[in-house]
Design a protein around this ligand. Structure first.
Ligand code: 3HC
Ligand code: NAI
Length: 655
């Protein structure tokens, strides 16, 4: 079956790419596009060519699946150069997303038109790459160095309107009728002489060496260890210094080198892992339930965040609290998040008003009687949660889904306390719940497939990445985190300081160090959990008391002005605290430990090993489906550097 077809509309040829699902530039597409170009040049009846795509999008890039195979001719740069060298105007007609190699194909054309919903982007950095088919050479020649660097280093697509303003696009269609618009545009250009090829144009604003270095330093600081944004900026800067032929060669060298790098392998792994988490074979043919009205019990940090996330996704929400004061405080938290979305332009004022209408609070359980789903987010206490579930069973419809957002508690036990346990599951959100992309879906022993499938459908509506977890203490993420923290505490006792460990892990690429993170999230939940586990803890297990002693002083982190660090006058930047240093010193002495110093590499490797060995255990027990799922949990829920592929990938464990 041909993946590139040609039809005629008077003097205009329409070359159409049809390679579902996203028209990726597979070997077949490249070959047939190249042939189409030769044919169009040889066909005297054709005066101009419209390049358009079938299906949901314009070409979304190179075929990532082919990156692990030996490259086959024709290579993409040759195809694009061939289009640019065509003797008749080629007009790229863009809908959906012209990404990566797709955007580069459009840049090889003589003109670009689009519908207003179309987007243009060079997201190669997210795969540990740079544009490898002329993108970094042509883009600055078309829209200037600064805009080109912003696009290639962020990987963020821009809208058709923005593309028009920057000169990336020549015209935006007034409606969705792209083909008609593109044919008219082509007709208007078919007798004009061809514009100067983009690659032959100068870079108008090529930076001098000092400015170039300043730009590279800025990109490098932001990239925190990831190579591709720095290489992408470097390639755009090269393009301003070199002629196009040299610049193409320099770009290709960087692209090929990065394609072979461990970082790119890791990011490609993440690209596919992120799309695999929701593909659960057993649920393939299970129809999820319809969810419209949701209840949230508890309007604290998590309840409010979950309510806001669900409201922004279009659900009706009733939030239940203990008393009117707590209900009002919860409502305030929700409003603050929604107002933030409005001020950041994520929603319009009409949407804000409509969302306000869809939100209610109550202190009366009967307000939840009509809900299709209720998510409990009350205190982390089994007795309190069981009481809430008992009340929910009394008032809710027997088929309403009941979910708990517990961090550590046994969801099987919570389910067993409910009347119809097949409708109970864990939906473990991450804080802040309206931002964090991860949702652990906790499968109890009794939950029905329909309810589980509904959890996955809900995640999709909330634009979260769902990861299936079995029941265990802390599920996938918090269980591994507990082991990770244990290792940190051991190292504290053995001679490292909180700053040593935080610095090492930030340098590893984590968004925050483990102690800074605890101070931000609050030390109290972990403390309560350690107290809960104390009676069943193996007395032979090494236990470090430093964290408990810090909590005993009422130091719960940023919210109390002190934790592992002190935070004078509400500052968010912690400074080392002699009180903590003293406690550490005393505990080292009490444990009779001869301290030693740690290198950064040693700290990083010990923490990674702790994560990998717990991850392996979780796999052996069947708590996680795959190592890739564990990787996604840590990347999306705990700030593990994406470019390392997740802890399992970084530790060499592959599915
Ligand atoms: N190559 C191969 N497969 C791809 C692909 C690509 N470039 N892009 C998407 N797919 C696959 C996905 O894996 C998925 O497969 P599955 O159904 O088997 O899981 C399917 O297409 C649909 O993808 P999504 O689920 O992501 O669909 P969405 O509609 O949500 O998103 C999209 C569409 C915005 C195009 C998104 O898929 C995307 O961002 N794709 C990657 C784009 C990209 O990174 N392009 C640059 C590639 S590198 C390059 O071009 C190098 C060049 O400079 C030389
Ligand atoms: P929180 O203390 O901020 O909020 C709890 C809320 O529940 C309070 O507003 C309280 O008034 C309300 N509440 C307590 N008992 C109630 C009852 N019987 N009926 C109605 N409302 C009641 O706690 P937070 O942090 O929001 O945690 C809630 C749950 O989410 C816990 O199970 C916690 O383990 C879990 N969780 C917390 C995360 C976090 O980072 N804070 C992350 C993921 C899960």
């Amino acid at each position: 079956m041909a993946v590139v077809t040609t039809s005629k509309h008077n003097d205009i040829a329409i070359v159409c790419v049809k390679n579902p699902p996203v028209n990726a530039l597979s070997h077949a597409v490249r070959s047939e596009l190249y042939s189409a170009c030769e044919n169009m040049d040889g066909d005297n009846t054709v005066k101009a060519v419209v390049l358009i795509c079938d299906g949901r999008t314009f070409i979304a890039g190179a075929d990532i699946r082919e990156f692990n195979q030996a490259p086959q001719e024709p290579h993409l740069p040759d195809v694009i150069n061939r289009i640019e060298a065509a003797t008749k105007p080629w007009i790229a007609a863009v809908h959906g997303t012209a990404l990566g190699g797709g955007c580069e194909v459009a840049l090889g054309c003589h003109y670009r038109v689009a519908i207003s919903s179309a987007k243009f982007g060079l997201p190669e950095v997210h795969l540990g790459l740079i544009p490898g088919a002329g993108g970094t050479v042509r883009l600055p020649r078309l829209i200037g160095t600064e805009s080109a660097i912003a696009m290639v280093t962020s990987g963020k697509p821009i809208s058709a309107q923005e593309a028009l303003e920057k000169g990336l696009v020549d015209a935006v269609a007034p409606d969705e009728n792209l083909e008609t618009f593109a044919v008219e545009f082509a007709t208007s250009k078919m007798t004009a002489s061809l514009p100067v090829a983009i690659s032959k144009r100068p870079v108008a604003d090529a930076p001098d060496d000092a400015k170039a270095q300043e730009t590279l330093d800025g990109v490098s600081a932001k990239a925190r260890g990831q190579m591709s944004p720095v290489e992408a900026a470097g390639s755009v800067i090269d393009a301003g210094k070199l002629d196009a032929t040299e610049a193409f060669a320099a770009e290709r060298e960087r692209f090929v080198r990065l394609k072979e790098s461990e970082q790119s392998a890791a990011l490609r792994h993440v690209f596919f892992a992120e799309r695999q988490t929701a593909k659960i074979a057993e649920l393939k043919d299970v129809k999820p339930k319809e969810i419209e009205e949701c209840g949230i019990v508890g309007g604290g940090t998590m309840g409010a965040g979950i309510a806001a996330a669900a409201l922004l996704a279009g659900f009706q929400i009733t939030m239940l609290e203990r008393d009117t004061e707590a209900a009002e405080a919860g409502a305030q938290r929700v409003r603050k998040i929604l107002d933030g979305s409005l001020s950041r332009g994520l929603i319009s004022s009409q949407q804000r008003a409509a969302i306000g209408q869809a939100f209610a609070t109550s202190i009366d359980y009967t307000a939840l009687a009509r809900c299709d789903l209720v998510i409990e987010a009350v205190f982390e206490d089994m007795a309190v949660k069981k009481l809430v579930f008992k009340k929910l069973c009394e008032v809710c419809r027997p088929d309403a889904i009941l979910a708990t957002n517990t961090s550590y508690l046994n969801v099987n036990e919570i389910a067993a306390s409910a009347k119809n346990p097949e409708r109970v599951l864990g939906l473990h959100f991450f804080s802040p719940a309206h931002i964090m992309k991860l949702l652990e879906i906790v499968k109890t022993d009794t939950v029905s497939d329909e309810v589980l499938a509904t959890g996955f459908a809900l995640a999709k509506k909330l634009r979260k990445v769902p990861v299936l977890s079995g029941v265990c203490d802390g599920f996938i993420g918090n269980r591994i985190l507990a082991n990770y923290r244990k290792q940190c505490d051991y190292m504290l006792e053995e001679g490292a300081s909180p700053q040593d460990i935080d610095t090492a892990m930030r340098n590893f690429g984590m968004a925050m160090g483990p102690f800074e993170m605890q101070d931000m999230a609050g030390l109290d939940i972990g403390w309560a959990n350690r107290k809960r586990l104390a009676p069943t803890r193996d007395p032979k297990e090494r236990y470090v008391k430093i964290a408990d002693r810090i909590c005993e002083l009422g130091r719960f982190g940023q919210k109390t002005g002190a934790g592992w660090y002190q935070y004078p006058e509400g500052s968010r930047k912690g400074i080392p605290d002699p009180v903590v240093e003293d406690i550490i010193k005393q505990e080292r002495e009490a444990a009779g430990i001869v301290t030693r110093s740690f290198t950064m590499a040693e700290i990083q490797s010990r923490i990674l090993q702790a994560m990998v060995s717990e991850g392996q255990q979780i796999l052996n027990e069947g708590i996680a489906r795959s190592a890739a799922d564990i990787d996604m949990v840590f990347i999306l829920g705990y700030g593990f550097p994406r470019w390392r592929g997740g802890p399992m990938f970084a530790g060499g464990v592959r599915d």
